[in-house]
Design a protein. Structure first.
Length: 536
């Protein structure tokens, strides 16, 4: 099935999951077995919910019973869950005679990596020991010479690097960075700061304090983007030091901007240090990864990244197996595509039989693809997600003559919320795609009245002012005919209740405090009982 590819941009609350379910059920009604439809979403919980919604829709449409039976075993999972299913089915092809143990929960993989580093670096490997000593002599890596901070930093770098689908060995990628690009970017920010200050030079010179420092700053010898790093750093530090004492707040050059400038001044030093220590870091990375891989093999364990890596490698290297997978899956649906990365996109290419990073067997038709997401909702970059992968998916499908659809009518939020989101989105996101209010929607009163206690300008609202504000509102409602018993004041702590009771009493409104210690637990009753006891 090569026709019917769809790419969908769907904002929050616009019916994305409904569309996904309808697409799935539509293929089943077209006599595609659920076993031949892959549905990939981001979490196991989301996958379980998707399976349930699909089942309900199939039941509602009275589809054949055999489809419902197959649905229970259909490949509806997150990326790692799907890869695990495939690995369990064909594990022998990649060196597993038993089902592997999956690490990942409770940071098992990170703990194993930490042990691997310690065994590799503090064992008999003299090159690793020398590399660790070199790094320890140049930077602080932990108390007592231990390397826990370095290990945690390496683990974070590895986790990101393993998701980028770069064919080079991991240790080579780790020490490869765009030095010139980094320097040019820093230079551009520093130049912007200088231009801003230069534009306000006359204003800054009005005060006696700072006049000389501004002149010294603007007269400094500024480096170019490709100057020697040591010259760069010394020149910028001298220039920035010249500004000490200037009235920068008066022209809007706030503390946050000054702190950012200080951070940028340290970039050349950090870059030089990384460049000089790169060989030692590469040695440590190589020895640690060698031991980590050995430990996983010994325990027949894999981490989450291994799942995609091994299955993808298996499909690339075994054409017969790849053809078998390609022929099995007729439809591939990808949810939350904005939270995917390059390796996950490559995995989709492989199981769908697309012409892509791995290529496909000649004469084969790709599976029908349905990809949906919203770049505005990309929140997992810290886990290796890359929003650019979403754009790449769009390019893939446009190249297959897919229909490109936009869901931008909010079915969830009120008009006020939609308008507020649009204002914020347009201010912070380039190319923001505005939401629209559902036509014919009638927003009813939400029943909320905001009370704003009076407070002196610039001061915090006191607890007493808050209580008086609430009491006045209730008094006014009672005067308009509402019974006092119609009101209840809910408080985070019962200790605040007497304050509200006093404010109500001052306006002639009776009240009863409930909850907490009960009637006999109220401070007034305790005091009276204590007095009676003393008198007796």
């Amino acid at each position: 099935m090569s026709a019917g590819h769809r790419f969908m941009r769907a904002s929050a609350g616009t019916g994305k999951t409904y569309q996904l379910v309808q697409a799935y059920v539509g293929h089943v009604e077209a006599d595609v077995s659920p076993s031949a439809i892959v549905a990939i979403t981001f979490t196991r919980k989301a996958a379980a919910e998707l399976r349930t919604r699909i089942r309900h829709e199939l039941v509602k449409r009275n589809v054949a019973r055999e489809h419902l039976d197959v649905l229970a075993r259909a490949p509806i999972a997150n990326f790692h869950g799907l890869a695990l299913q495939m690995l369990q089915n064909v594990g022998a092809a990649v060196g597993f005679t038993d089902v592997p143990t999956i690490m990942g929960d409770l940071n098992e993989d990170q703990r194993m990596f930490r042990v691997a580093c310690e065994e590799a670096w503090y064992g008999t490997d003299s090159s690793a020991k020398a590399a660790l000593a070199e790094i320890a002599s140049r930077m602080r890596i932990g108390g007592g010479g231990r390397a826990e901070p370095l290990i945690d930093t390496l683990w974070g770098a590895i986790a990101v690097a393993r998701e980028d689908d770069d064919p080079r060995p991991l240790t080579e990628r780790f020490v490869d960075y765009d030095a010139e690009g980094t320097r040019a970017s820093v230079h551009a920010e520093l130049v912007r700061a200088r231009n801003f200050l230069e534009a306000h030079a006359e204003e800054m010179k009005k005060g006696t304090k700072g006049r000389d420092s501004v002149a010294a700053f603007l007269g400094s010898d500024f480096p170019g983007p490709l100057d020697d790093l040591r010259a760069w750093e010394s020149k910028w530090r001298r220039a920035f030091r010249a500004l000490h004492g200037s009235n920068l707040n008066a022209i809007g050059f706030a503390a946050a901007e000054r702190n950012r400038l200080v951070e940028l001044l340290g970039v050349p030093t950090a870059e030089r240090l990384c460049s000089e220590l790169a060989p030692s870091l590469q040695t440590l990375m190589t020895s640690a990864m060698r031991r980590y891989d050995a430990m996983k093999h010994e325990t027949r364990s894999v981490d989450f990244a291994d799942l995609l890596e091994r299955v993808s490698t298996m499909l690339v290297s075994d054409k017969a197996l790849h053809a078998q997978v390609r022929d099995r899956f007729k439809v591939v649906l990808v949810d939350e595509a904005q939270d995917t990365n390059a390796s996950q996109r490559r995995f989709v290419h492989l199981i769908a039989g697309l012409e892509g990073p791995a290529g496909v067997a000649s004469g084969a038709l790709p599976a029908t693809l349905f990809v949906v997401g919203d770049r505005k909702q990309s929140i997992y970059t810290f886990r290796g997600a890359d929003p650019r992968s979403f754009n790449k998916f769009e390019e893939d499908l446009v190249g297959l003559s897919a229909s490109v659809e936009q869901l931008d009518v909010s079915r969830r939020s009120s008009g006020a919320v939609v308008r507020a989101v649009n204002v914020l989105g347009q201010a912070i996101l380039e190319g923001y795609e505005a939401l629209e209010v559902l036509p014919g929607r009638v927003d009813v009163d939400d029943g909320v009245t905001w009370l704003v206690p009076e407070a002196p300008t610039g001061s915090r609202v006191s607890a007493e002012a808050e209580a008086r504000c609430v009491a006045r509102y209730i008094r006014g409602a009672i005067d308009r005919g509402t019974e006092p018993s119609a009101f209840a004041i809910l408080l985070r702590a019962t200790t605040k209740a007497p304050r509200f009771a006093r404010a109500l009493a001052a306006l002639g409104v009776p009240s009863v405090i409930t909850g907490g210690g009960g009637f006999y637990g109220q401070s007034e009753i305790i005091d009276v009982v204590a007095l009676i006891t003393w008198l007796a």
